[in-house]
Structure formats: structure tokens, C-alpha cells
Design a protein around this ligand. Sequence first.
Ligand code: AMP
Ligand code: GLY
Length: 425
Amino acid sequence: MNILLIGSGGREHAFSYYLNKSKLCSHLYIMPGNAGTAECGANVSINPLHFDKVAEFCIEKNIELILVGPEEPLVKGMRNYFESNEEIKHIKFVGPDQAGAAMEGSKDWSKAFMSKYNVPTATYKTFTAENLQEGLAYVKQHSLPIVLKADGLAAGKGVLICQTHAEAEAELEQMISQSKFGDASKKVVVEAFLDGIELSVFVLCDGNSYKILPSAKDYKRIGEGDTGLNTGGMGAISPVPFADEQFMEKVESRIIKPTIEGLKQEGIKYVGFIFIGLMKVGDEPWVIEYNSRMGDPETEAVLPRIKTDIGELMLASAEGRLHEMQLEISNQTAATVMLVSAGYPGDYAKGKVMTGFDDVNKSLVFHAGTKINANNEVETNGGRVLAITSLADNIKEAVALSMKAAAKINYDGKYFRKDIGYEFI
Ligand code: AMP
Ligand code: GLY
């Protein structure tokens, strides 16, 4: 089977690593990929958002399965494009259509969906320029802190947690009237703050049935002890110690089942991943958000624990045969640490030559923001540069292995958090 994987981050290197090992895989292409994915298949320098170019490529290479890593192509209707085009509609496709991707693409839509299907989530109201005055009045009497969310995609920056009423009013005004996040904040969801501990749950769907993948916990802040600015994710562990059987039963009965049922009722045939961002408040799970893809760096911690052939799993999802699949999960713990560029998540330099890869032998090294330069060296090409994952019998050992490996990689401006998994060690 010829497979096309869309994306270029650590998540995609992890997917390409396991797809390349799949017994179903003949040729693997990654569009556009990075220096790591180039070792698992052929990188293709086409912008995935140019659907017509992607389609041409698929016909030329006889692509039989497409897996979409990031949300943007899905929110922009990549699946719809493929389904409505005679020459390519036969290609198996993992990733929801535009209606399904609204789970992530519109916070207002997903909040309304959760209310309609009784999925536990923070109380909220949505405001636009038309009812901004009402919004300001709503914010004024709201309990603190107040969470403001841009409705649309805002590159992970569209959520503000305001500690005072004055701050929330000013931010709401800026988001709506001054387009703080462009068109994404024309509509703003104002919601109550959930005080608890976060985790991520992943569900693979085939339009009818589903499989729950291993849980993970992401470390979002740049600084140790969860301090400083929010990032795309500085590390992850899987499984999550407190996501025990009892808790996961609540997640499945109160959140996953009504979500899947709700999608069916809405007439959405959801094929692909649902990433559910949860807050455990007391012993109860609440939904913070849905994403229509896998998490990054969570994927780098979750996939190494899945023993089932990833290619078979993706094909079964695309063909509506997940009920036939047996998921086999490793009992080991995975710990992923993200190596980033100095300055990230603010401004940072690119093009720093990287060395030390050959010295890492007990961990998996997934490239995120890297590329091969003109001298055939690996150089940095993004804020998040490498995700290093180690498997061991417990969190402490897995983290220690990843820390050792992280110390062996060298480049100018290397930074990583040394406290991944700290609450559990
Ligand atoms: P997002 O960009 O949607 O992933 O949100 C960023 C982060 O904001 C989440 O990972 C949470 O840590 C936090 N967050 C979002 N909504 C809430 C909420 N209602 N209560 C508490 N924290 C929240
Ligand atoms: N690690 C969080 C995300 O992928 O959105």
C-alpha cells in the first residue's frame, strides 16, 4: 500500500516511523516532512493546503491511503475535496471532513455540541461585535479567573486566562473589536475556569466504532514547575498515573460515548482521531476542548506504546473496520522530552547545526523542526526541534533515559525541561 502522510512535526516523524514498519506499507511519502521523516520515507515539497497539487501527486504515485497529521488541512476541507473528486475519491482517508473538524475549528460549535449532548464542560457564552456590550457586562459579573477563547484556529495562542475583570474586559474588546487573533477572534467564547489537573485522551474513529488509545499528559509551559509562557508542548508522559480504570470508565461513559453518538446524530461520519483535552476536577472529568487530530508531543509518547501495526490500524479506521481490530498496548511508561530553540515560544534563530544523534541508542529520537542543509547536515528549523522518547518500567526511569539522551544532542541554543513527569516522581 502506498501511503501519504501530511505534516512536518514530531507527530509526523513518529507516525512515519511506525507506518514505515507496517507490513502493509510499500511506499511512504511525507508532505512536506522534516529531516527525520526523510529516513522513513520520501519527503515531498508540496504545500498540503494546495489540494489540487496534492491530488495530482496522489494520482501520479498511486497513493492508496492518506493520513493527515495537523488540523489545518482538515478544517479547510481536505477530506471533502478528496471525496468530491472522481479521480481520487477511492483513496482511503484518515481525518474528518470539514464538519467533523469543526470540533477543533470552532470553539463555539464544539461548546454548543457539548451542551446539546450533555458532555460535561465549563459553562460558557459566545460573543461577537453584535453583542459585545452584553459580553462586557457578562464578563463583569463573572467569577474569576475568566477564560476567553478565540472561536477559530489561532496557532495555539487563542486562549487567555484572565485574573481580573478589567483584564478580561480589555481582552474581550481587543479580541472582537481589534481582531487580536485576526478573524479567529471575531467570535469569542467566554467560559468558566476549571481548576484541576489536565490530561489528554485520544480516540480513533471509523465513522461507526472507535478505539481508545493510551492516555497522555502534556507539559505545556516553557519553564520548569509549569511556569512561564504556553508552548505547543515541552514533553509528555504516557500512561497518566491518575487515569486509572475507574476514571477512564467515567471518561468513556460520560464523554466518549455521547461525543460519538452526538456526531452520528449530527450526520457527521467522523473518520480519524479525536483528541479530548480533559481537566480532572476532584475525581470527575470535564472537557476543555476537542481537537480533530493527534496531539504533539503526545503522539511521540503514545505511538511507541501501541504494539498493533499502525498501518493496519489506519486502514481499518479508513475502511470502517475498527471493530475487527485488537489494540495491543505496552505496559511500559513512555516519557518524551522536547528540545527547543532558545527564545521559543517567542522569537528564535533557525539554521543551527545539530550533532550527537549517533550517541543516542536507548531512546527514540523524533525530529520536529529540523531540515537537512546544503552540506547534508541536520539543522534546526523551528521552535520545537526534537522529541526524545524513552520507554521503561516506570516514569522515573523513562524520564532519566530521555534526559540522558537529551544531554547528548548538541546545537546552539538548546533548551529542554528537566522536570517532565515531576508530579509523579
Ligand atoms: P488550548 O489552546 O485550547 O489548548 O488551551 C490552552 C490551555 O488553556 C489548556 O491546555 C488549558 O490549560 C487552559 N484552559 C483552557 N480552557 C480552560 C478552562 N476552562 N479552565 C482552565 N484552563 C483552561
Ligand atoms: N500538545 C497539545 C496539542 O497538540 O495541541
